[in-house]
Design a protein around this ligand. Structure first.
Ligand code: AMP
Length: 397
């Protein structure tokens, strides 16, 4: 990963810092119901304000399709941000043009101002050069603290970085440092755990990982596709039979690059996909024709734990089973708890991300014990897929 400038490199006193943040928080009845994303960027905002910058926040909210839409205004989020920061946060009714310019001109050093939703302008998602220039009129420097939006080349995430001196904010910096430890320059052996429902949504991910990691545990519904490709009868399990060829190609690529693929040897099967359904453990070559595999079995869990114990680095995306429903949560919970213990003991660097994975780690009560848990769904996956993130590339020194 190229080196990027951080706030340590920036002289901000008296300057207008345009700071791209992720404030796309859930709102119910006009109130922010989960302020986690605001809390994550609070450190960058207060650091800049305390250093005497005029902090001008840029963010998107919802999908207003390039036109103003009162329902998707950031105004209530300005109030929620003020509450989290315990400071006054001003609001301007546009992110470019006279309203924005006037509001920014009235700021004093240390003030914080949120500009209206960048997606109220079509130029944002098109990364239009003229629109980016208009945004740049309100700043002397650009700080990007929105890793979760970095996979999109938009004016406020990518275009601006070419017009103003650009820096990674503290949240972006923490995310990039963690990802570097996970796959960029990891301590080996590196183990990846990939689970979830389908192979079709994770082909790029699996193909990239087999070339980079030493071990790859495949669990969840997607393991069935790999087992079926090897001639195993998986009964009524979720399985993409048409992807048998892709599964074989991935296994061949793994062999070539010296990556050991770990597939389940036993599974927890049931006839119904519902909580408390009658279930039994069977070897994968003995799945009843009318049953489906909904979790990996105890012998497989032991194999996963043995690999985690052997690894110095773990990257994880996707649950090992249908973890939302008991008793099919056991493998995911056991692996999560074991990885957390290894991390706490200083024996493992553990990086995990993706919506369901974060939910699973929270369910296991271990999200805080991992080295890093990324809440950036799409951006985290694209990073795991080995793709260049335009918002990150634009910050390179
Ligand atoms: P993904 O979004 O691809 O990470 O998939 C996550 C979903 O996969 C979760 O909702 C799990 O319930 C589901 N899942 C995991 N293992 C299985 C399985 N063996 N059969 C069916 N669904 C599964």
């Amino acid at each position: 990963m190229p080196k990027f400038r951080t706030l340590d490199d920036a002289k901000v006193k008296g300057k207008r810092a345009l700071v791209r943040v992720d404030l796309n928080v859930p709102v119910q009845d006009g109130k922010v119901s989960d302020a986690t994303r605001i809390e994550r960027v609070a450190g960058t905002i207060t650091e800049l304000a305390d250093k005497g910058a005029k902090v001008v926040l840029l963010a998107h909210f919802g999908r207003p399709k390039g036109k103003p839409d009162a329902e998707q205004s950031l105004k209530p989020i300005a109030e929620a941000t003020a509450q989290v920061l315990g400071r006054t946060v001003g609001f301007a009714s546009d992110c470019v043009g006279p309203d924005a310019v006037r509001a920014v001109a009235a700021m004093k050093d240390g003030d914080i101002l949120l500009l209206e939703n960048t997606r109220f302008h079509a130029g944002e998602e098109k990364n239009d050069a003229e629109f980016a220039k208009k945004l740049a009129e309100c700043g002397d420097l650009f700080v990007n603290d929105a890793f979760s939006a970095a996979h999109r080349a938009h004016a406020s995430t990518e275009g601006l970085a070419h017009l103003l001196p650009a820096y990674a904010g503290r949240t972006m910096q923490a995310e990039l440092d963690a990802l570097e430890k996970g796959l960029g320059n990891p301590k080996r052996p590196v183990l990846a755990i990939v689970g979830g429902a389908k192979v079709s949504t994770k082909i790029d991910l699996l193909s990239n990982l087999v070339a980079k990691v030493d071990g790859l545990v495949i669990g969840g519904g997607m393991a069935n596709t790999f087992l079926a490709a090897q001639g195993v009868n998986v009964g009524k399990s979720l399985c993409e039979h048409d992807l048998a060829g892709t599964a074989k190609e991935i296994m061949a690529a793994a062999k070539k690059s010296g990556c050991e693929i770990v597939l389940p040897v036993d599974g927890v099967v049931a006839r119904e996909f519902k909580a408390g359904a009658a279930s039994e453990v069977v070897p994968v070559d003995n799945v009843p024709a009318d049953a489906m595999i909904l979790d990996v079995g105890p012998r497989s869990i032991e194999a996963v734990k043995a690999w985690i114990a052997k690894a110095d680095t773990l990257v994880w995306n996707g649950p090992l089973g249908a973890f939302e429903i008991e008793p099919f949560d056991k493998a995911t919970m056991a692996a999560a708890k074991f990885a957390a213990e290894e991390t706490k003991a200083g024996r493992l660097v553990s990086v995990a991300g993706g919506g369901d994975t974060v939910a699973a780690l929270n369910q296991a009560g271990v999200a805080d014990d991992f080295t890093y848990v990324s809440t950036a769904g799409g951006a985290f996956l694209e990073w795991m897929e080995g793709k260049e993130l335009p918002g990150v590339a634009a910050l390179a020194k």
